[in-house]
Design a protein around this ligand. Structure first.
Ligand SMILES: [Fe+2]
Ligand SMILES: [Fe+2]
Length: 373
């Protein structure tokens, strides 16, 4: 489809070779610059609470701050190999019970599977950390370019939240895990696109709705599955913030999108689709298999077809699809995005709860230390 080439650079969304051809060439660089040209907006309308739902979110955020240095049980020892084994015992074994005859995994012993699991942890937490920095930068931008005072106030609290998230993921990687990965090329492409767009609502759509919607689902998934108590606690704390962030996106864009023309909405639909594909591609973890010295295409052909992977990838969209529906993006025009989400196999989530109010449910109870449970 011509649209696909323009939006994601390939005709077939599932073209594995095209996906794998996207890599970073500057992995040793310490900084990465993205050019952006946008308006910084002052408002002289200081009426606090003109948007009551955003005001409520802001008030909630002020009483929900936590301290990454002192609130998490950093003294917890983490034995990565033991964690891989314990997690595997909960989820169908190291090889997930798959028939691996005739594949590169055929002769693998526990040793290689454990190594893959350890690398998988290093990769996953590294990508979370990089994504959190993306959120930090995008939300600082929103403080500047959103036109409403209630949204500026709220975004300022989110900037603090994101600093804390980058800090705790970074500390977990440095002190509990055994290696870092550079940012995944698909994730970087997406963050660059979000940041390069000058329209204020695109920052929200890309970050709060798409990236953070996916992060909230991914954190929830891992929070339930992991047997490592410190990571469980860390994710519980981060999720309590993340649910507010996604709500911020939904509550801010909901009315604004009602005013947009069909053509303007189509641009938002296309952007949501591009973001969805980039995020799906990033979860292939191609850098992990590369580091393990495995034949990429052959291995990923197998990985994309494993039932667990298919389920995991779909679950990642369980927040995004209902939120896009709430914003009117699924069915605008001739339902362009509905068709696209159908092709990606994620449309079944459209009637799941949207995240406009869900943040109340994710609140840490008074005095709760996100108990190690
Ligand atoms: Fe975050
Ligand atoms: Fe966030």
């Amino acid at each position: 489809m011509a649209d696909n080439v323009r939006l994601i650079g390939r005709t077939d969304v599932n073209d594995l070779e095209a996906i794998l051809s996207i890599t970073n060439t500057d992995v040793d660089a310490v900084v990465h610059e993205v050019k952006a040209d946008y308006d910084s907006i002052f408002t002289w309308d200081y009426a606090k609470g003109a948007r009551p739902k955003l005001n409520r979110l802001y008030e909630r955020a002020k009483t929900s701050m936590w301290n990454g240095e002192t609130d998490l049980a950093w003294e917890t020892p983490v034995d990565q190999e033991a964690v891989v084994l314990a997690n595997a015992a909960n989820t169908g074994g190291l090889d997930q019970g798959m028939d691996l005859r005739g594949t590169p995994f055929e002769k693998w012993s526990d040793k290689e599977w454990i190594e893959l699991g350890v690398e998988g942890q290093n990769w996953t937490l590294s990508q979370f950390m990089h994504g959190e920095q993306g959120a930090l930068i995008c939300t600082a931008r929103i403080v500047e370019n959103v036109p409403w005072i209630d949204a500026k106030y709220y975004a300022a609290t989110q900037v603090m939240d994101e600093a804390r998230h980058v800090e705790v993921f970074s500390r977990y990687l440095d002190t509990k895990l055994s290696g870092h990965y550079p940012i995944n090329a698909h994730l970087r492409l997406l963050l660059d696109d979000i940041i390069a767009d000058s329209r204020w609502d695109m920052t929200y759509l890309g970050m709060q709705i798409m990236v953070e919607g996916l992060a909230l689902a991914a954190f929830g998934f891992i929070h339930v599955l992991t047997t490592e108590p410190l990571l469980k606690q860390l994710l519980r704390y981060v999720m309590s913030d993340e649910a507010r962030h996604v709500a911020f996106g939904v509550l801010s864009l909901q009315d604004y999108y009602k005013e947009l023309s069909q053509a303007e909405l189509l641009e938002r639909q296309e952007f949501a689709f591009e973001a969805a594909v980039r995020m799906r591609d990033r979860f292939l973890q191609q850098e992990v298999f590369e580091r393990m010295g495995l034949p990429l295409k052959e291995v990923l052909d197998l990985v994309v077809r494993s039932p667990e992977r298919v389920m995991f990838q779909q679950m990642l969209f369980s927040k995004i699809v209902p939120n896009c529906k709430k914003l009117g993006l699924l069915d605008a025009g001739d339902g362009w995005l509905r068709k696209r989400f159908g092709e990606l196999g994620v449309i079944q989530f459209e009637d799941w709860a949207d995240t406009g109010e869900e943040y109340e449910m994710f609140q840490l109870a008074n005095g709760e230390t996100a108990a190690l449970a």
